[in-house]
Design a binder for this molecule. Structure first.
Ligand code: NAP
Length: 691
């Protein structure tokens, strides 16, 4: 058996002591020995903080995103090596795709999100300044900074790649190094991916370490700046969460555990409706993909009592067509569980459910299980098992026992109120779904059950063709659930990044806030120069650089011309009587005219470094502009985001966000907003840095 090495403090190492074995899920043959006893595990925490942590903390969000994108590209180029190892875990090609390419896509997604939304800086101003005083010289804003700690990720066996990358992406973006502790059962696949990342040379030293085996006394060496995440069983999770060191130091702990996810067929759905077929398809797919070893898999199938017979028949018919066996065979649709221990665990849980109000409609016994493939006869296969619980309000086991395999329980309800109550009996789930064509029913159900779910899918014929399905967590959506599901939030776009950062409310004068945030805020001093800011390249522009324009008096002709040009003859601009009776008391200029006139005042028309105007944000019209009013504009460089160059042909550029304040003759603000421009850079990126 091959020894499975850990990667600690920059070296591949193997422990000394009692080893655990990893078996091939399909053939049962022993493959690897795993042992981390005696390794310098505690030292790896310091190494991460001192080496990886320091490097990552100095990189800007944009640089971290570029690193992650490069790593994701590298992994994608080597994905076939990972598919080979994934087969050892019992996965079909489809299962592996979700794990390997789904994980890589998550890394890409976070890199893209950061590229678009996060600053080219190490500090993240989270919100707009909050005024705290009448004169405007005392304000506050929340900022996020990197914690000088390390994230210890303890992962489950079912997604060795995705489970690692979905946590690694927000961790790295936050500027934190990570130590990955994969579940031993499938650690070889996580190790293969970590090895690819380390060998690529793209990951900063100390930003990624791997423990194959136990974590020893590492918890004793954690400190308040560190973070621990856990995915796995409730039992282990509760034990780790209540570790005295975590409590003593208030160490952040995120948990994802068992989840009895439900899928509800709406009362409105009849067998002749497309929604009925969608329901059957969704349930079958969730029961069989990854052989049911998915934290989001459907475990409770909640169906109107009047439809139970039809649903049962349709499910049994469809499930009977799923060939189980060696995933390398073309006809096989469902592979093996990860190992014999997991199969025993599923068997025990099914036995428990059968003793507690459930009966088996199919599966539940290994006796007649037909496994395709000669090599696969000793594998950890488990039959697709559909249970039925006639009295789901009397038997609570069905709402609390998760058989982590191709197992789900069908149960009836009498009315929508009962369906709601059954969904809530899961006591907190990662995902739930409702299949219905009735908007009123969906509204009622979702409003009543959202409190117990991290993500909910409402499926109907319109969404079906493009739906990503009940069981697929997406990088931009919350992945995590309350209560039994652990109370965590592993994904959810930039929300997930914030879990690894420190949020601080900074109070002070606008000038101080601008300096600290490297982002100009209203009320801070401005820099006024002879050269128009539109004539400056990205590198030349300073934050706070500002232009006060000439004035313009708004005339009746402006209103008439703009109304004719735009076709907007709204009464408040064009009807003297209507306008007199309106909120304004007289005709006022179109808001869009004010914005257009403002552009006319601040733009420098000649060909120059400004490439394009590509957006406007947070537009508010504060005061009306009346005929005879005189407007003036202050344009100020608020922030700059340097954009990486993609190809040598691309014109190097950055995004400049400008604060725009339009005033009237009384110095009252009439319109406030930001505009975004693409501004050329003088310097291109070196060819090796092109993304
Ligand atoms: P587990 O025993 O709780 O293991 C989960 C992880 O914790 C593994 O990496 C495991 O490492 C590690 N671990 C176990 N004891 C530990 C300890 N004392 N200190 C530090 N780490 C420890 O879970 P499992 O039996 O492998 O997983 C099966 C169950 O997890 C399933 O039945 C399912 O209910 C649940 N699950 C939930 C989700 C979710 O996202 N909600 C996802 C997957 C699985 P070793 O493998 O080395 O023991």
């Amino acid at each position: 058996m091959q020894q499975l090495y850990s990667y600690l403090s920059g070296r591949w190492v193997y422990g000394q002591g009692q080893a655990r074995a990893i078996h091939h899920a399909v053939t049962g043959e022993p493959l690897y020995q795993v042992c981390s006893d005696g390794l310098a595990l505690a030292a790896s925490l310091d190494y991460a903080r001192e080496t990886g942590g320091k490097t990552l903390a100095q990189m800007t969000f944009q640089q971290r995103a570029q690193m992650m994108k490069a790593v994701a590209k590298h992994l994608l180029a080597h994905k076939e090596e990972l598919y080979e190892v994934s087969y050892q875990t019992g996965a079909t090609r489809n299962d592996s795709w979700v794990d390997i390419e789904g994980g890589i896509a998550t890394l890409f997604s976070y890199a893209g999100l950061a590229g678009r939304e996060l600053p080219d800086d190490t500090l993240w101003p989270e919100d707009e300044p909050i005024p705290l005083s009448k004169q405007g010289q005392f304000a506050a804003r929340h900022v996020l900074t990197s914690r000088p700690g390390v994230a210890l990720h303890i992962n489950a066996f079912n997604f060795p790649c995705w489970g690692m990358l979905e946590k690694l992406a927000p961790t790295w973006l936050a500027g934190m190094p990570a130590i990955i502790k994969p579940a031993t059962a499938t650690a070889q696949l996580t190790q293969a991916m970590v090895k690819l990342m380390i060998d690529s040379g793209l990951v900063p030293k100390g930003a990624l370490q791997l423990i194959c085996g136990g974590i020893g006394d590492m918890f004793e060496h954690l400190d308040y700046q560190d973070a621990v995440t856990f995915t796995g069983s409730t039992q282990t999770g509760q034990k780790l969460r209540s570790h005295p060191r975590l409590l003593e130091k208030s160490i952040a702990f995120t948990m994802e555990a068992d989840s009895l996810n439900c899928c509800v067929l709406g009362e409105d759905v009849t067998p002749d409706m497309p929604e009925f077929a969608l329901f059957i398809k969704e349930v079958c797919r969730e029961m069989t993909s990854k052989a049911g070893q998915k934290c989001t898999a459907i475990r409770r199938i909640i169906v109107p009592a009047a439809r139970i017979a039809e649903v049962q028949q349709a499910l049994l018919q469809r499930l009977a067509g799923v060939q189980i066996g060696d995933p390398q065979l073309e006809q096989v649709r469902m592979g093996a569980l990860v190992n014999q221990e997991q199969r025993d665990d599923v068997q025990q849980k099914v036995a428990f459910l059968l003793q507690n109000g459930c009966e088996a409609l199919c599966g539940a016994s290994l006796d007649k299980l037909a496994i395709a493939g000669e090599r696969a006869q000793e594998g950890a296969f488990y039959p697709i098992t559909l249970l039925y619980c006639a009295e789901p309000f009397s038997h609570k086991a069905v709402h609390g026992t998760e058989a982590f395999g191709p197992v789900a329980t069908l149960m009836p309800y009498q009315n929508t109120q009962q369906a709601i109550e059954l969904a809530l009996l899961g006591q907190g789930s990662l995902a739930g779904s409702l299949i219905t064509a009735d908007e009123a029913l969906a509204t009622r159900f979702i409003r009543a059950t959202a409190c117990a779910h991290g993500r909910m899918l409402v499926l109907d014929r319109h969404a079906a063709a493009e739906s990503t399905g009940h069981g697929s967590p997406l990088p931009l959506l919350v992945h995590g659930g309350p209560g039994r599901a652990g109370g965590g939030e592993e994904l959810g776009g930039l929300r997930a990044v914030k879990h690894y950062m420190q949020r601080t409310a900074i109070q002070g004068s606008p000038a101080m806030l601008a300096a600290i945030g490297r982002e100009w805020v209203r009320g801070a001093t401005v820099i006024e120069e002879q050269v128009h800011p539109f004539r400056k390249y990205f590198e030349q522009l300073q934050i706070g650089e500002s232009l006060l324009t000439a004035r313009r008096t708004v005339t009746e002709a402006d209103l008439v011309n703009f109304a004719c040009l735009s076709g907007d003859h709204f009464y408040a601009h064009m009807d003297k009587i209507g306008a007199a009776e309106s909120l304004f008391g007289e005709r006022v200029a179109h808001g869009y005219f004010v914005v257009s006139a403002a552009a006319g005042l601040f733009v420098d028309p000649g060909v120059g470094p400004v490439i394009a105007n590509y957006g406007m944000e947070n537009l508010r019209f504060i005061e009306p502009v009346k005929i005879g009013d005189t407007i003036q504009v202050r344009l100020t460089c608020k922030k700059k985001i340097r954009k990486p160059q993609k190809t040598t042909e691309d014109r190097p550029h950055g995004v400049v966000v400008w604060d725009v304040q339009v005033f009237n003759q009384h110095q009252q603000a009439v319109a406030l907003y930001s505009i975004l421009t693409l501004v050329a850079r003088q310097e291109g990126d070196l060819p090796e840095r092109l993304t």
